[in-house]
Ligand binder design. Structure first.
Ligand code: COA
Length: 365
């Protein structure tokens, strides 16, 4: 395999073993459940019990990705974890992963932080490492893993969630990724977590505006001087970072208006090209760095080799990047879908009392 043909060779996902329907949270907070289900588009919040965190999710996802790859850990020369759920200000989350997987030796191991954009940055760096030849024939293990929790009663509480996606960068069996991508960044305090704070601070409206502006900037760069309508419909699906599902719809409506499409046209575009990619996100809630890659993993299921999709990554602070992917031969059978089916079928519901207990523990630990 030439280094320039490297892409995503294998994907593994890991969801936590507990969840709470947002309707339960609405009851607990005395809020009309329609605000969470219709207003924000949320369904469930994936939750981690005591002993589970971003590291255990990352390890679980990595083991699943490795189990479906023809190589072994001795073929890996880079392990990068994108997360905003760091366990330590110095020690990278990748060290916990490397310990569990027995990864040591001639390996570059590090953590990437840029809010929800960190996983995409880790992926791009790993691809560029392979494409440049710096990997010297080795593969990379990239993981996006997060546990998204807000302060009790925070407006972000119904959007909470967790999950991890691991990707091995080697032959493009799952998907190839275009070397050209469309980044955009502009410094802002839309969402931040000062050192020592347990939960994020959010300027909710500003974060929505930053996200929408980034969508316009990145898609405008992709479209260039081509016809937006015919060009964007050539992609089978458009995946987005999913802080909550309604955010994605708001952004698509904003993009449609910017492109001069009628509301009906944009709604039809959203239903055909975007809505289906959110299916798993609705059941996990926001998994920060992993959210976009959960959506991409869903969108690739069953695709014929060569089918193109896009992936829009957004991280507060803020930075964004739009990627183009094409399905590889393994997308048709999509073995990774079984990770999600298994985790969803085995996870246990938590009611309001169980949630309070869990959060009490989370606060104390
Ligand atoms: N039935 C149906 N819809 C209802 C409703 C009801 N009873 N009550 C409210 N809504 C709708 C509102 O009209 C609004 O819809 P709109 O945005 O289309 O107008 C939506 O529910 C949310 O209501 P709002 O009052 O704006 O929610 P909020 O201010 O309590 O919280 C966020 C919304 C996004 C600010 C909050 O969830 C948050 O801070 N999230 C974290 C940050 C984030 O994810 N940012 C995204 C970019 S990264």
């Amino acid at each position: 395999m030439s280094s320039t043909s490297a892409g995503i060779a294998s994907i593994g996902l890991q969801l936590p073993p507990l969840f709470m329907p947002v309707t339960q949270l609405a009851e607990l907070r005395g809020v009309d459940p329609n605000k969470y289900t219709k207003g924000l588009g949320c369904t469930d919040i994936a939750l981690c019990p005591n002993g589970h965190d971003a590291a255990t999710l990352a390890v679980g996802a990595a083991k699943r990705a490795l189990s479906r790859w023809k190589g072994s850990v001795s073929d890996i020369g880079l392990v990068a974890v994108g997360t905003e759920s760091a366990k330590d200000m110095s020690r990278p989350l990748s060290a916990w992963v490397a310990e569990e997987l027995g990864l040591s030796g001639v390996i570059r191991s590090y953590e990437v932080k840029h809010a929800c954009y960190g996983g995409t940055l880790a992926l791009r760096q790993a691809l560029e490492w392979k494409w440049s030849g710096a990997g010297a024939g080795k593969a990379a293990l990239v993981i996006a893993s997060d546990v998204a929790l807000y302060a009790l009663g925070d407006p972000g509480e119904p959007t909470q969630g967790a999950g991890a996606v691991a990707m091995i960068i080697d032959e493009p069996l799952v998907a190839s990724v275009s070397p050209t991508s469309f980044p955009f960044s502009s410094p802002a305090f839309d969402f931040w977590r000062p050192v020592g704070d347990s939960f994020p601070s959010v300027d909710g409206q500003l974060s929505l505006d930053c996200y929408k502006r980034a969508v316009i900037e990145c898609f405008s760069a992709l479209i260039g001087d081509r016809n937006a309508r015919s060009m964007l419909t050539e992609y089978h699906a458009h995946c987005f970072h999913v802080p909550f599902p309604k955010m994605v719809k708001k952004a698509v409506l904003h993009l449609g208006a910017e492109l001069g499409w009628s509301l009906e046209e944009t709604e039809a575009f959203y239903q055909r090209k975007v809505e289906g990619t959110l299916e798993w996100n609705q059941l996990t809630g926001n998994a920060y760095t992993a959210s976009l890659w959960i959506s991409v993993a869903r969108a690739l299921v069953g695709l014929k080799q060569g089918t193109p999709i896009t992936a829009f990554s957004y991280g507060s602070g803020y930075g964004a990047e739009l990627l183009e992917l094409a399905a590889g031969p393994a997308a048709a059978s999509a073995a990774w879908a079984s990770d999600v089916e298994k985790d969803l079928s085995q996870r246990k519901p938590v009611d309001g009392v169980g949630y309070q207990r869990l959060r009490g523990h989370a606060l104390a630990s």
